[in-house]
Write a protein that binds this ligand. Structure first.
Ligand code: 5GP
Length: 254
């Protein structure tokens, strides 16, 4: 395969120029970072599993009419996506108190929230992704009032769908982070779901045991990190029973 031109390297992914104009290739790495890059490590096989999980979830969301940037998976670690103009916000949806919300309000982790809460964080490594309100989003021009309305309703729709999907496999969707982008087609712009949805960007707890099946295992040194990601893939039916990931990150999945 011809060497692709690298466009951007992030913490967990590398973006390459795609085969056609308006497309990009996303390469999923095994690198893991937390606490704004202060903690770094490798989760063997994570890239392979996140590529697969994100493909699965974006495809299911596409089937219910949520537009996404996802086109198709190319191989174990790469997927083809539409090039979008990323809106510089991390949109966090929460169903249960955990992480920074539990800390901020002194709540016990695991307390159910009376209703789902959507928060916005401005994407900036230098500033440590500060939380912002709609007022900041529109005043600073990161998104228009119409765009932020659409992002909010998309985030809630995605939350309803994914909460049900995960509950069906015995997993509670505690919270997760989404990113959105602008996609132009024939002079028309629409907001589409971008980035990835994976155990890197979600809190996923086993319904019965409350065992954490997500990146908190890495953040909090809980061990069995790769195993937790594999368990999510296995329950989604996209990793064969007992399918293990070897040191190169290859698995028995196709
Ligand atoms: P918290 O604000 O509690 O740290 O995170 C809330 C949710 O958003 C968690 O599921 C967490 O994984 C996700 N999240 C927040 N910031 C980031 C980020 O910068 N990268 C990723 N991958 N996920 C994030």
């Amino acid at each position: 395969m011809a060497r692709r031109r690298q466009i951007y390297e992030g913490k967990a992914k590398v973006l390459f120029e795609g085969p056609e104009p308006g497309t990009l290739v996303t390469y999923f790495k095994d690198d893991a970072t937390a606490f704004n890059n202060k903690k770094r490590g490798t989760i063997t096989g994570k890239g392979v599993i996140n590529n697969r999980i994100s493909e699965y979830l974006m495809t299911r969301l596409g089937e219910i009419g949520v537009a996404t940037h996802f086109v198709r998976r190319l191989n174990m670690r790469e997927q083809l996506v539409r090039e979008v103009e990323i809106i510089p916000l991390e949109v966090v949806v929460r169903n249960v108190a955990a992480g920074s919300l539990a800390q901020r309000f002194g709540m016990a982790e695991g307390t159910p929230l009376p209703r789902s809460i959507v928060e916005y964080y401005y994407k900036s490594d230098e500033l440590g992704d500060p939380m912002v309100g709609e007022e900041h989003v529109t005043a600073f021009g990161w998104a228009t009032p119409q765009e932020i309305d659409e992002i909010l309703s998309l985030a809630l729709r995605i939350n309803d769908f994914l909460s049900g999907l995960f509950l069906g496999i015995g997993i509670r969707l505690v919270d997760f982070k989404l990113e959105f982008g602008r996609l132009w087609e024939n002079e028309q712009m629409r907001i589409v779901l971008a980035d990835e949805i994976s155990p890197d960007s979600c809190r996923l707890w086993d319904v019965a045991s409350n065992e954490k099946l997500d990146k908190d295992r890495f953040r909090r040194d809980l061990g069995k990190v790769a195993e937790a990601y594999q368990e999510v893939a296995r329950r989604l039916g996209i990793l064969p029973e007992g399918g293990a990931v070897d040191a190169k990150g290859s698995t028995s999945i196709q």
